[in-house]
Write a protein that binds this ligand. Sequence first.
Ligand code: GTR
Length: 434
Amino acid sequence: MNQPHLRPLTSIIITFLAFSTLLPSSEVAAQPSGFNYNESRVPDFSLPELLKLQDGSAVTSAQQWRSNRRPEVLALFQDHVFGQQPNAVPRLRTRERSRKQDALEGRAVRREITVFFSDNDNGPSMDILVYTPADAETPVPCFMGFNFHGNHSVDPDPAIHITTSWVRDDSKRGNIDHRATEKSRGKSSSRWPVEMIVSRGYGVATIYYGDVDPDFDDGFKNGIHSILEPHTTARAGNAGGSISAWSWALSRGLDVLEMDPLVDGSRVSTFGHSRLGKTSLWAGASDERFAMVISNDSGCGGAALSRRRFGETVKRINTSFPHWFCINHRQYNDNENASPVDHHMLMALIAPRPVYVGSAEKDLWADPHGEMLSLFHAGPVFELLGRKGLPNDNVATVNQPIQTDVGYHIRTGKHDVTDFDWTQYMNFADRHLK
Ligand code: GTR
């Protein structure tokens, strides 16, 4: 049968499929179709009130926030969004796996510290890769966050151990059959400008998130779940998902940094990009020992307001990543207004500690304006605690950071971590951690 009109269409589809397989997965998924990217189509909604207790009474003092409302809000996030963090705190054992006194051409001390989560050396463990300035005379403030591809991807230094944990397959990166290879060394270094960070007097500590909980849905059997969860009964609706597991492990990283002679444990900021930005926020909200919190392009389930339904939605994230949140979170699929929380309340849990939200102009999937609005709407809690929130809810000007006791920027470019982002985070840390 002669169907000339079908030919171009078929070849367009084939060309598209061929082309899309060549693109890095982050580019393909950048802006899936079928979602709203238009501000004028954001639905009307009202946010749950921050300064009202569940019994309806108003919260008018810092004391009431601390003793009554903050615990309520924290429990709501545990029960409806991320799930509980593991409540067992195993006896941690650490071992310095490597040390280089003159890393980065003499500018830094570089260490790998293995943290064992049990008494078994072959049980779950994570490696913390820490750089501290070589010339520091006293313990330094430090950024700590997970990386996506293994500590060896952060810097090409051949002495950094290649992770043996599960990694996402990516042949271009050198990840084959879920194992990292030599080829993947240093491949994420643009996101971790370690030299720039130590030259400004900060330490930087990073952990491969797959050491803690490999990022796929296995029914919570691997990673730390293998020792922390009994698996004899069905999981509760508020049992923690992977974001809770990762954020819990950031706290264990802080346990270690608190004992570290080169780092000042009272001046550690969490940092994270994307799903690991969600993790950074949840870690900072759950553990008040973190002195500062940074979210880079964390989007839905992180800094963005869910009720806006701009870019990624609750339903989409729970469907694509069923293991990230708790089961109860699925009740809000296409039903965001029924949730007792929205993500301005996650920001408020961090108050009065400084929190910085970084967005990117082309990262519409993460709803840059919605990320800013969360921070803006947390303002009343910051004010109640004697801090300044964002001055207004105007659409922010690109590349013009706003920094008070909270910080926000939207930079040009895509979903990524850049030197511009880090420069702002360090400027903000100069005000708050130094
Ligand atoms: C996307 C996901 C986002 C974000 C991102 C990432 O696929 O939809 O929520 O977390 O992954 O972590 O890279």
